[in-house]
Design a protein around this ligand. Structure first.
Ligand code: F6P
Length: 338
């Protein structure tokens, strides 16, 4: 078979292990793999690159994606959808592997419904995709945030300050929640919970009096003040880096508490660098599974982590409904922030 592989949406560590996993497994079947350059854009422009064992040698520990990515959405225009389908035939592709988050897999789901032989591989550092327990990219992103947290707590302690760390996570607060718990933060703000300034000030006052410093984690998706006129990407998402949630939270804390407060935003640093072991293993496993799914004719599905198993689940279960931080996790955050 000739298999087209694409990576779409924001990059994250684990994409290269997934590409490598797919190419290694395809080699066992005698398949030929081609990379579609920069996500759906590569299919629209017919820009491809050969993916063989030589190309994927030595990429398991590299961040990013060797075939590039973009936030191109073919479904924003019906003509682009027709072009996408026509180009699959023109490129002689027997099947496609779409590696991405909700947006990319949403496109894959619609194409599968139109008869395209396509399987999905879930990725997102936000970990907000339904139907899979974890996505690769998340573990690495949180590990980077935890390293930043340790550094920020050191300097906060020295200066008797409060420091706010802003982390990514567009619709869901998983990165913030794990970073908050893993760093022993005194308060964690996530998009799933309405900001309660009385509660924040009460927690930070207690912590500051005990430790002479305090540490706060905030997700970029938290709505602190009304944000008007924000720019949207092709899938209609706000570009949150323009919002400046971390500095705003720090400014309000300083105003309310009268304690010197600083903020740091690590942004795209969370999206680069060598994947953690967890993300290398998960990426490799779902990449291998995607090719097995193609040979089993399991189109319209994605390779998901359920418990310790990688299983094929319908894309319909994954797309359009982000997995958000549950009440159980919010309670845990509350218990651990003293
Ligand atoms: O969806 C992944 C993500 O990293 C979000 O956490 C973040 O809001 C967004 O991508 C940033 O996108 P971009 O790379 O386009 O700035």
């Amino acid at each position: 078979m000739r298999i087209g592989i694409l990576t779409g949406g924001g990059d994250c560590p684990g994409l290269n292990p997934a590409i490598r996993g797919a190419v290694c497994r395809a080699t066992d079947y005698g398949d030929e793999c081609v990379g579609l350059v920069c996500g759906w854009q590569g299919l629209l422009s017919c820009e491809t690159e050969p993916l063989d064992l030589t190309r994927v040698d030595d990429i398991i520990d590299r961040g990013g994606t060797i075939i590039g990515t973009s936030r191109t959405n073919p479904f924003k225009d019906p003509a682009l959808v027709q072009q996408t389908i026509a180009n699959i035939a023109q490129l002689h592709l027997d099947a496609l592997i779409a590696i991405g988050g909700d947006d990319t897999l949403g496109v894959a789901y619609k194409l599968a419904g139109m008869g395209v032989n396509i399987v999905g591989v879930p990725k997102t550092m936000d970990n907000d995709l339904s139907a899979t327990d974890f996505t690769f990219g998340f573990d690495t992103a949180v590990s980077i945030a935890l390293d930043a947290a340790r550094r920020l707590k050191d300097t906060a302690m020295s200066h008797r300050r409060i420091i706010v760390l802003e982390v990514m996570g567009r619709h869901a607060g998983w990165v913030a929640a794990y970073t908050g718990i893993g760093s022993g933060a005194d308060y964690t703000l996530i998009p799933e919970k309405t900001v309660d300034w009385d509660d924040i000030v009460a927690h930070l006052t207690t912590a500051y009096h005990r430790k002479k410093y305090a540490f706060v984690v905030v997700s970029e998706g938290v709505q602190v003040t009304r944000a008007e006129g924000e720019n949207l990407d092709e899938f209609g998402h706000m570009l949150l880096q323009q919002r400046g949630v971390g500095p705003e939270v720090a400014r309000i804390i300083e105003e309310k508490m009268g304690i010197s407060t600083r903020s740091a935003t690590i942004g795209h640093i969370q999206r680069g660098g060598s994947p953690t072991l967890f993300d290398r293993i998960l990426g490799s496993r779902v990449g291998v599974k995607a090719v097995d799914m193609i040979h089993a004719g399991e189109y319209g599905k994605m390779a998901a982590l359920r418990g310790t198993e990688i299983v094929a689940v319908p894309l319909a279960e994954a797309v359009g409904k982000p997995k958000v931080v549950s009440k159980e996790w919010m309670d845990l955050l509350e218990i651990l922030a003293k």
